[in-house]
Design a binder for this molecule. Structure first.
Ligand code: NAD
Length: 510
């Protein structure tokens, strides 16, 4: 296995960008070290520097979005939906282009990168339908000749902050809904995945143009967290929807609340699966290995903790270790590769430190952890996914290490396993593998995560359901079911057609 040359990375990048109507040289032209460094984790080498926004240019962009709100909210919602419909079609046409950029910047395999773009297309379809269903309830009044109703109105500018590992899908979950809800969007993508962001935004701008609508509704801010912080403090940004680490959310939430802005937080996970004695072992094995080692352990929903019933633990863990031995690790541009690179040196060092700590806490590394392809790519960080048997759920197991480490703990009683599942600060995704209906239902009733699955791993959600987690995962919900309501302002209206003025609660006055 060898890594591609930087020229090959550049060629793929240019192809992806030009499909989206952009040019790498133009993006990197005339920039300084004060900009954002563009780099692919596949080789670890630089692609250039893009000019970052300054506080002044960012404020100006937010101002343009804010000014666009008056016009955009007056466009009927189903007409707003037409822009999202067009965006979805453009994403279909340019799926490979955008997926190429996701591969270059996030190191995802083409299949996983295409899956991420497919999520964008799916949410566009959902949002188009939603544009005709921004409905409220009608309620009976206690007063004769009165009617109560709930109505939903456009909110204002939505600021989006996104993480490197899903550079475009969560952006689309937010944006497709925000747009049909009548809100302009200002997006501060991850500084580690700027090119995919520019590509996705360019296609949306094209959709606005082709539909004859204002192109001031969608914007991108370029920069690191300091640029993201501008969205937190600007009172013209009604909602900040931020995806990233718990550390980030801890800073974002209080800061936005300080000015009584709204925030929607999608933060780190520490996801668990329980494998019960009655589980279909082959199905469970495939579910576990994809969830734990896929995307090199860099999904918020990655499986990090596995509770296996003691009666099947040895055999099942041996199977996991054997399956890990068959995973091809290397450049995601090569056919057959299932595990690509970590995002960078920091992620590699966190993984190594976590493995050392796990051993200190009584863990036994059953496989993985070693760096591979280091000679070929000294600036790229490829690792063998690790499986670590732990004597109990020790302190290190309570942390999200954003790398492929699967901690395995044995259990005897399902209630104990559910308690272990719930005993960490994060609450994103969980799963049980069982053929026992009673066990499945006990797990679903007992797990405290925002996503809880039966006979399927912790990762790979569909957009029709609400996506998000509890506790330190932030409590936000995006995508399907009622998530659209986060992007709107709710009002309760009482209409009096009685010709009298009876007061509520029987109050008498005048
Ligand atoms: P990160 O927190 O380092 O950065 C995420 C984004 O936040 C970036 O755009 C960054 O510039 C910005 N940012 C950081 N600090 C900020 C601040 N104080 N103010 C404003 N903006 C700030 O996360 P990452 O390393 O890019 O992504 C990995 C993390 O994201 C993991 O913890 C993962 O679990 C989580 N994640 C969660 C979800 C979810 O839906 N729950 C999805 C993807 C990733």
């Amino acid at each position: 296995m060898t890594l591609p040359t930087q020229d090959e990375i550049r060629e793929l990048t240019c192809r992806g960008l030009s499909g989206c109507g952009l040019d790498l040289d133009a993006i990197t032209a005339g920039t300084s070290a004060a900009g954002v460094r563009l780099r692919s984790p596949i080789t670890g080498q630089e692609l250039g520097w893009a000019r970052a926004d300054t506080p002044e240019t960012a404020a100006d962009t937010i101002g343009r979005a804010h000014d666009a709100f008056a016009e955009w909210k007056a466009v009927p919602a189903p007409v707003r939906g037409q822009v999202v419909q067009r965006w979805g079609r453009l994403l279909e046409e340019h799926k490979e282009d955008l997926a190429a950029l996701v591969t270059v910047e996030a190191g995802k395999t083409p299949s996983e990168a295409a899956g991420e773009v497919q999520e964008m297309i799916d949410i566009c379809e959902l949002a188009v339908g939603q544009s005709r269903q921004l409905f409220g309830k009608t309620l009976p009044s206690e007063r004769p000749g009165h009617r109560l109703m709930e109505t939903w109105h456009p909110l204002g500018v939505v600021g989006i902050i996104s993480a490197f590992n899903f550079p475009v899908a969560p952006y689309a979950w937010n944006t497709a809904l925000a747009i049909v809800c009548g809100d302009p969007v200002v997006w501060k993508p991850s500084e580690l995945a700027l090119l995919s962001a520019l590509g996705a935004n360019e296609l949306l701008t094209r959709a606005f143009e082709e539909c004859g609508q204002s192109t001031d509704v969608n914007h991108v801010l370029v920069g690191d967290r300091s640029v993201g912080e501008i969205l937190l403090d600007d009172p013209r940004v009604e909602l900040v929807s931020a995806t990233g680490s718990v550390r980030m959310g801890r800073e974002v939430g209080p800061r936005v609340a300080q000015r009584f802005g709204r925030s929607l937080l999608e933060l780190g996970g520490n996801n668990a699966a329980i494998v019960a004695p009655s589980a279909d072992a082959d199905l469970a094995l495939r579910g576990v290995v994809f969830a734990a080692a896929g995307t090199a352990g860099q999904r918020c929903t990655t499986l990090r903790r596995l509770f296996v019933h003691s009666s099947i633990a040895s055999e099942f863990v041996d199977k996991i270790v054997a399956a890990y031995g068959t995973l091809t690790i290397g450049s995601p541009m090569d056919d057959g590769v299932l595990v690509g690179p970590l995002v960078g040196q920091g992620a590699f060092e966190s993984m190594q430190a976590a493995l050392v700590t796990a051993e200190e806490q009584g863990g036994e590394v059953l496989c993985g952890g070693a760096r591979v392809l280091a000679e070929d790519g000294p600036d790229a960080f490829y690792v063998e996914p690790a499986v670590v048997r732990m004597p109990s759920q020790t302190q290190i197991v309570h942390e999200e290490t954003f790398a492929p480490i699967l901690y395995v703990v044995e259990y005897d009683d399902l209630d104990d396993a559910i308690a272990l599942n719930n005993a960490v600060p994060q609450g994103l995704s969980s799963a049980v593998f069982t053929s026992d209906l009673g066990e499945a239902e006990r797990f679903l009733a007992g797990s405290d995560t925002g996503i809880a699955n039966v006979n399927i791993g912790t990762s790979g959600a569909e957009i029709g359901g609400a996506f998000g987690g509890n506790k330190e995962t932030g409590g936000g919900r995006e995508s399907g079911t009622d998530s659209w309501q986060a992007y709107m302002r709710q009002a309760t209206n009482t209409v009096n057609y009685s010709g009298e003025l009876p007061l509520a609660q029987g109050v008498e006055f005048l």
